[in-house]
Design a protein around this ligand. Structure first.
Ligand code: COD
Ligand code: ZN
Length: 373
């Protein structure tokens, strides 16, 4: 392409400092170095984690930074030695890389490559972004709130050329995280009972995963009843609002199910709902999956006897998928209509309306807003 090897000037949303709103700026994006790929981002979803960055809830984020981690785009140019993608390929940038060589990548049970630690700069410890003469940090290597971004080759998945980028961008985070939490991390069994705490894009994707795995009862929990219609559409059999009950929600769920659910999922990121989710699964074989993260520096304490009787407490990152090999397969399954992740996308806006998209999230009015460049 005509831009190969040159600095590209384009729009991006920059978080200049903690607590400051995102500001849309013209940034410079340097060409990819060896082993790197420059991608023209076509569409990006807004995930609650992007909002956590602005509030300082995520550890290890360095400002100024370009957030965004749920994008899809087209390869613009490649650095020396890149072989798995070429200019023109449709791709999804990955916030969990897959180097393919470390012990975690070699282990079929793990998806957390040794390079998965939060990455603020590219592997050579420099940034490809600058604005007004200042270096801007990358976010988890992907920074999809930029019209062009540069990522290492091992953090890119090539997807089917037929994939609609404005729809499959949700495979970069929300859908993969929730759906995989049920399918891969919990390994939900047919006929089982599940409870999902939090009906955002991630929790609703867990509802879809439980349904696909054949769960017979799926109880959706949220304090915003406006989320219930969507949860039912995706497969929830019951929807409950903790504020409608005087007793703790774990007691309500235990009464509803006899002994507690087989699988519970926490997709909110609050201490009280993490403990409630753990206590809601049955004391013997119950499995609780943690998806949300607490504010940076916060901790929770639990009564360890909750685990002594046999409960399992597990965490998941991006739903346990080995992203580079699994995201293309998820996209193919989507094209074969094996699930309908489009249900997550409630709003589509031009990139310039990013802050409007964040307001919709804060107001609980959107599931996923997809921004188009
Ligand atoms: N009880 C029940 N529901 C609640 C409560 C409560 N006390 N508080 C809030 N909720 C509901 C809200 O009404 C909302 O419907 C839902 O919880 C949260 O949804 P969203 O749309 O705000 O959030 P998501 O789905 O985009 O993201 C949720 C995460 C838990 C993934 C996110 O917030 C998070 O913690 N991310 C960090 C974890 C991570 O890194 N995941 C992978 C990459 S994002
Ligand atoms: Zn996310």
């Amino acid at each position: 392409m005509a831009t190969a090897g040159k600095v590209i000037r384009c729009r991006a949303a920059v978080a200049w400092a903690l607590g400051k709103p995102l500001s849309i700026e013209e940034v410079e994006v340097a060409p990819p170095k060896a082993g790197e790929v420059r991608i023209k981002i076509v569409a990006t979803g807004i995930c609650h984690t992007d909002d956590h960055i602005l509030k300082g809830s995520l550890p290890n984020v360095e400002f100024p930074v370009i957030p965004g981690h749920e994008g899809a785009g087209i390869v613009e140019s490649i650095g020396e030695g890149v072989t798995s993608v070429k200019p023109g390929d449709k791709v999804i940038p990955l916030c969990i890389p897959q180097c393919g060589e470390c012990s975690f990548c070699q282990n079929p049970e793990s998806n957390c490559c040794h390079l998965s630690e939060p990455q603020n700069l590219l592997p050579d410890k420099t940034s490809r972004f600058s604005c007004k003469g200042k270096q801007i940090h990358h976010f988890m290597w992907v920074s999809t709130f930029a019209e062009y971004t540069v990522v290492p080759e091992y953090a890119v998945a090539k997807i089917d050329a037929a994939a609609p980028l404005d729809k499959v961008c949700v495979f970069g985070c929300g859908f993969s995280t929730g759906y995989g939490a049920a399918i891969n991390t919990a390994k939900v069994k047919p006929g089982s009972t599940c409870a999902i705490f939090g009906l955002g894009g991630v929790g609703l994707s867990a509802v879809m995963g439980c349904k696909a795995a054949g769960a017979s009862r799926i109880i959706a929990v949220d304090i915003n009843k406006d989320k219930f219609a969507k949860a039912k559409e995706m497969g929830a059999t019951d929807c409950i609002n903790p504020r409608d009950f005087k007793k703790p929600i774990q007691e309500v769920l235990t009464e509803m199910t006899g002994q507690g659910v087989d699988y519970s999922f926490e997709a909110i990121g609050h201490a009280d709902t993490m403990i409630a989710a753990l206590a809601s699964c049955n004391m013997s074989t119950g499995v609780c999956i943690m998806i949300g993260v607490l504010d940076s520096g916060s901790e929770i304490s639990i009564d360890p006897t909750l685990l002594l009787t046999g409960r399992t407490w597990k965490g998941t990152m991006l739903g346990g998928w080995k992203m580079r090999e699994c995201v293309p397969k998820l996209v193919s399954s989507y094209l074969e209509k094996k699930f309908n992740s489009d249900l997550l996308i409630t709003h589509t806006l031009p990139f310039a309306k990013l802050n409007e998209g964040l307001e919709l999230l804060h107001a609980g009015k959107s599931i996923r807003t997809v921004l188009l460049f």
